[in-house]
Design a protein around this ligand. Structure first.
Ligand SMILES: *Cc1c(COP(=O)(O)O)cnc(C)c1O
Length: 378
């Protein structure tokens, strides 16, 4: 049977039970389960605030919009970002009429603090750090650098649900952390995300702006103000970015299993490591040592990647690539040739199948096939 990169593992009966509650109550939108999901997420991560959104992409946009308007950034001010990410991280910068400036990655495939420093100009306002595959890379150095240089730090934690750094869940020391609960992420719904600010004022503004700028959510108004539910104010233009109770219902179930699933992912990673050890043609992307990664991804590097991928497909193994160097895309070509490490990595990386259905036997088969096809492909 074919081995796919990702397969979500929904606990169907539990999800249906949570969704049934929404349908029976007649409440599928903002409020009810979204509040429960926010509370459970705060409890799980220890983060002081959390607001449930319809995706991570909108969360990154909302964060940049909020900082730009609050701090008076000008159009064309710069945000340092990685070329090795899903385009959402960089599109968010463009949505806000800010300028993405690409910095290079390190051996962890995360932003290199040295190269961030080199790319800082008088117009630099913020850094978006992506914890690729759940790996924190040199995040702590980046936190320190941003603090020293007065830059806003946004953590794109799309892969980091359950990642702990020195024993503590990630997200505490960024100015804003945005998670993704998209269908193939390690905490899956269908589409949703969470935006977490350390400070209450920004959390409150995010709640307002994610619902078109309306200053109270419908649920709170229905519950607290009864007949006066139309009596709200709109102080500034917002977006339709909040999440809904159906997604939150699925998220609540996935969250119950997050630690268990992540620990199985780490077990898969260990099996991969053991099975691939000693093969000089395969380099395993390391995880920072103080990081307990969610292991959203297990990434290796090979020099003849495209050939290896094609050959694996013939054996019904379907890995992925995270990601194509964004500066190869026409719209980000302004960054071409500015990040040689990311450019090289993007031609060498393979993400091996990583989901709850992968077994130790599958991994032995994948590792065995890899060493066979690497020899042939060379
Ligand atoms: C998936 C992903 C996003 C976007 O998440 P959505 O919830 O699908 O909007 C952003 N950044 C990274 C690194 C991702 O992998």
């Amino acid at each position: 049977m074919a081995i796919q990169l990702f397969v979500p593992n929904f606990r169907v009966d539990e999800c249906l039970e949570e969704i049934r509650e929404c349908l029976e109550k007649g409440w599928t939108g903002l409020g009810f389960k979204t509040i429960e999901m926010e509370n459970k997420w705060k409890e799980y991560t220890g983060l002081p605030h959390a607001h449930f959104l319809s995706s991570n992409t909108v969360g990154l946009h909302l964060a940049l919009h909020m900082f730009k308007t609050e701090l008076g950034w000008a159009d064309g001010d710069e945000v340092i970002s990685t070329p090795l990410t899903f385009v959402s991280s960089n599109h968010a910068i463009v949505y806000t009429s800010l300028q993405p400036v690409f910095a290079d990655v390190d051996e962890y495939l995360c932003l290199s603090p040295e190269d961030i420093e080199r790319k800082i100009t008088p117009r630099t306002r913020a850094v978006i750090f992506v914890g690729i595959g759940g790996n924190s890379g040199q995040y702590e150095e980046v936190v320190k650098l941003c603090k020293d240089r007065g830059l806003i730090l946004i953590l794109d934690a799309a892969h980091m649900a359950g990642t702990r750094l020195n024993g503590k869940h990630v997200g505490h020391d960024a100015h804003c952390t945005v998670f993704s609960f998209q269908a193939v992420k390690n905490l899956a719904t269908a589409d949703s995300g969470m935006i977490c600010f350390p400070d209450q004022a920004r959390d409150e503004r995010a709640r307002k702006l994610s619902w078109l700028g309306i200053n109270k959510d419908t649920y709170a108004r229905t519950v607290t103000q009864g007949a006066y539910k139309w009596m709200y104010d709109v102080e500034e233009v917002g977006f339709k970015y909040h999440g809904n109770s159906i997604m939150a219902a699925i998220g609540l179930v996935s969250l119950r299993y997050l630690d268990k699933d992540n620990s199985y992912r780490r077990q898969l990673a260990k099996w991969y490591q053991d099975c691939l050890a000693g093969n000089e043609l395969i380099r395993i992307v390391p995880v920072a040592k103080e990081c307990e990664s969610s292991r959203h991804l297990f990434q290796i590097r090979v020099s003849n990647r495209d050939e290896v991928l094609m050959a694996l497909n013939e054996y019904e193994i379907f890995p992925g690539v995270h990601y194509r160097d964004n500066t190869d895309y026409r719209m980000y070509s302004i960054g071409a040739n500015t990040c040689p490490e990311a450019h090289l990595a993007s031609k060498e990386i393979i993400s091996l199948p990583m989901h709850m259905g992968v077994t130790v036997k599958d991994i032995e088969y994948i590792a065995g096939t890899l060493s066979k096809v690497i020899k042939v492909a060379r």
